[in-house]
Design a protein around this ligand. Structure first.
Ligand code: 10G
Ligand code: SF4
Length: 320
């Protein structure tokens, strides 16, 4: 069997930063530190951090007064930020800077007197966070069909922003529908779909032309991983979302010689290796990586965490 790995795949800069924030918080403050929601949507990442002393909660009322609380990479509403303050929590914000950028953009449009339209999936934590970061009403649209049903006046000044992990193609269709529907509409020059989402989707589209089966390593609650599987399926390739090698089924590979593998932005490379090892149990495999875009994006850590622990300790000793 030939395996072709997508390039790029797996962790994006926002996920690397979010995981590092939890690791450094544990190093600096000791266990436990509390993380609101899964830091990123991946059980292996969460289990690994839990084993080091992170405690995952869905709401801040589960966090003791004064404890260290980390917001997940997907972002949070203003009400959550205020709640953390009231509870005296020591907050570290792991919201991806590209999500924060959408929050800022949305607030700017609203301050210009426009009604904000958010293109995204209802109930997703990033969408809940973005809606909760904007003062006033935000209208959520999920599809072109929903645009047709909107009740806002066609000449109302509106603006749109998007969730960062959407399908590039679906979003283009929704934006076109909005532009047909509203006469006074503005939006970001480039869509808010982030660089990592765009690159992974472009790579998997290309990979789908070369393989008979596509495996996407990622969690079922990971939006960007689901979009990768959909692209494979839309290209006519049987495509499966798997958390790790244990979910591989032999019947998917009957008479199959070429398998493509990609990984969502929250899926660790170890899980890609685990999937390859599972495929090895069916016979000899040859692994290559497609030529693809190399990513060099890195995001700075919050200032509170940049100084190494040793330097903090030395400063404390000098001050005594
Ligand atoms: O794709 P979603 O938004 O579900 O998140 P994820 O945790 O699977 O991947 C990382 C992407 C984000 C943190 C959303 S910006
Ligand atoms: Fe940031 Fe994009 Fe990664 Fe989300 S998917 S964490 S927006 S880089």
């Amino acid at each position: 069997m030939r395996i072709i790995l997508a390039q790029p795949r797996g962790f994006c800069a926002g996920v690397v930063r979010a995981i590092e924030i939890v690791d450094r918080a544990l190093e600096r403050h000791g266990a436990p530190v509390y993380v609101r929601h899964e830091i990123v949507h991946n059980r292996h990442v969460v289990d690994n951090l839990r084993s080091k002393g992170a405690r995952f909660v869905e709401e801040l009322d589960e966090v003791p007064h004064g404890a260290v609380a980390i917001f997940s990479a997907h972002g949070v509403a203003r009400s959550v930020e205020k709640d953390a303050k009231t509870r005296g929590l020591d907050v570290l914000d792991a919201t991806c800077p590209l999500v924060t950028k959408v929050h800022v953009q949305g607030r700017q449009y609203v301050s210009q007197g426009r009604t904000l339209i958010l293109i995204g999936h209802a109930g997703h934590p990033e969408v809940e966070g973005t809606i909760g970061q904007i003062p006033g009403v935000v209208v959520l649209v999920q599809s072109e069909a929903e645009v047709e049903k909107m009740t806002l006046a066609p000449d109302m000044p509106v603006a749109y922003v998007t969730q960062t992990t959407l399908s590039v193609d679906d979003t283009r269709g929704i934006i076109d529908a909005l532009q047909r529907r509203f006469s006074d509409i503005v939006g970001p020059d480039t869509r808010d779909i982030c660089y990592a989402t765009q690159n992974r989707q472009a790579a998997v589209r290309e990979l789908s032309d070369r393989v008979e089966v596509l495996l996407v390593v990622g969690a079922t609650n990971s939006s960007n991983s689901n979009r990768l599987r959909e692209i494979g399926a839309e290209s006519g390739v049987p495509s499966y979302l798997v958390a790790d090698g244990s979910e591989i089924r032999p019947e998917w590979f009957a008479n199959v010689q070429t398998v493509g593998i990609t990984a969502g932005a929250s899926a660790p490379e170890e899980m890609v290796k685990h999937v390859i090892d599972a495929l090895r149990t069916f016979g000899h495999v040859e692994v290559t990586t497609m030529n693809g875009r190399e990513e060099k994006v890195e995001f700075k850590l919050p200032a509170k965490l940049i100084q190494p622990v040793a330097a903090v300790a030395a400063t404390a000793v000098r001050e005594e």
